[in-house]
Ligand binder design. Sequence first.
Ligand code: ZN
Length: 254
Amino acid sequence: MAASLGARVILRIEDHDRGRSRPEYEKRILEDLKWLGFPLDPESLTSLESGPSPFRQQDSEAHYQGVLDALADTGLVYGCTCSRAMIAEEVGDGIVSGQELRYPGTCRDRGIPLGSGVGIRVRLRDEVVTFKDRFLGDRSQRPARQCGDLLIRDRNGNWTYQFCVTVDDLRHGVTLVVRGDDLVSSTGRQILLARLLGRESPPTFLHHPLVYNREGVKLSKRDRSVTLRELREKGMSAPEVIRLARAGGRWREV
Ligand SMILES: [Zn+2]
């Protein structure tokens, strides 16, 4: 798709969760993508390989802080001391199993100063967001009903996935986001946040199906699912791995 649009494919390391990120994971990703032969944009690749980089979220603290400061100037940002358990208790019986936990706005008007140990949220207007997904077609979402005011930094000081990717898509000039359909519910809120950050037109989104195991569970290391590395060590070539993924990932039958 990128080639047909004359576009670049940038590589971004989304290691905003410090507790779960390791330098060796990044090294592996780079090796695997190179081995697969993905035509990655040399600028992002060189930047990542040469040290601190704007394409690595852990190196972007100053940038995120600057964006937060600008957002705070709009008066839409507030401090929140709620834990997940507190939110769950407050929302109570309204939550159906598997449904997303919607923040009910508990701290909205409490005037909690932003500081250590305090989460940061941004007020989202209650509106319906519509977008045309390149794979799923027309979609509409109402973020205020799904997640409530968006958490942009958690109480431990970690910037959230929603905030980082929206900020990064804007600064890296990303116009097409291709990702798994497990993330489709995040799209409406990211479009709203992008608008608050001054982005006139949001990127185009394409959410593709994921490969599931026989029990219908997304493949992950936790399930001891096969890794790219294992396929490679079994002697599969990069084109074979890509063909397998396209065929629906029935690796057990190979
Ligand atoms: Zn709160």
